[in-house]
Write a protein that binds this ligand. Sequence first.
Ligand SMILES: Cc1ncc(COP(=O)(O)O)c(C=O)c1O
Length: 426
Amino acid sequence: MKTTSLETLSISQSPGLLDARKQDGLDPLSSIGDLFDLPPDLVYLDGNSLGAMPAVVPEKIQEAVTEGWRTGLIRSWNDRDWHILPLTLGNRLAPLMGANAGEVLVVDSTSINLFKTLSAALEMRPDRTEIVSERDNFPSDLHIIQGAITHFYPQHKLVEGKESDESILELIGPSTAVVTLTQVSYRTGLIRDMERITKEAHRAGALVIWDLAHTLGAVPVDLNAADVDFAVGCTYKYLNAGPGGPAYLFVADRHITDAVNPLTGWQAHADPFSFDTHFKPASNIDKFRCGTPGVLSYIALESSLDIFEMVDMETIRKKSKRLTTLFVDLVESFCNGYPLQLASPRDSNQRGSQVSFSHTDGWPIMQALIAHGVIGDFRAPDLLRFGFAPLYTRYEDVWLAASMLAHILESECWKDPAYTTPKLVT
Ligand SMILES: Cc1ncc(COP(=O)(O)O)c(C=O)c1O
């Protein structure tokens, strides 16, 4: 079995590799890549699942642990403003999504935030009984809707559209209470037209909740320009806050008074430290808090936001489109003749920062790629998924990944039984 290594590929004098290096030399974000600590000899194309670590994170967390926790102890909740991190980081995240200060809270997980905002939106449309979503939504989003219906809103019904925006629009009508969709598909990277769908939902009298998990940090978004009601998303993908980093939720200013958080934990109280046993919600977005925030993961998010504040989203988007286009072109040229099908939109304007290819043997092929130093991931039943985080992905990485994929297919090394073993996390 003929195999190759990233090292061998990287000393090739291929014109494609030299050209990719030239593009890296011209990349306005190339110095930003140095602010991330990625292992050497690795091409990391999974920042759409778990973002890379900003290099300062170990030092910042070490400081928070030794000075904040060991030395400051309980005093740090005040002295370091730990208690208000959900709001202060929400305010720093707000510009990335076209939101105002006071409209974003960094808290809990995306799933929990979807439950909270879905319940709030349903209560604001009491005479309507349909929740419009999409068949290929991230499963947790559908599970949360199904659970909400089963346990709390038995008179409601979930109606699911397909991939096209048209199929969603057809479902919106006078019974629609809420339309909840993921803006960038986790499977294909297809971008939904947020402005158009939101407008049509509003025209029908419904509210919208957008899941931005695969949008924020890679695709510019302007929630207030699109008149969005609610949004949710996570920070551990393109926002690089680390495994299990806190999620966020957005509530448009105009809804903050009326929107009700069903999870009435003590930190959503107007004055949590009054220890009032009767619940009275905060009047600002803090009403969407629940329990104590996990401070250490907020520290990692702070480090990542320090980096985002040095760049602008248009530069990120421009590079993202070029990276994904280069990857599509190279894979289709290098892997011509193998049964790989582009599953992402061909038009980069309709594509987030990922490229998916389908192949019936996607799982062992991805395992072989990972073993050869190119990390992407696999989504059942047949998708090889590659994420291109523009802050640290180089054009050279794109060339190396496409070349390695071609080598894996050509050598058929993916047929090695070592690559067929299932793993818990894919
Ligand atoms: C689009 C989307 N929504 C929701 C989730 C679930 O997020 P969490 O596990 O943080 O609740 C994910 C996780 O990957 C996701 O990709």
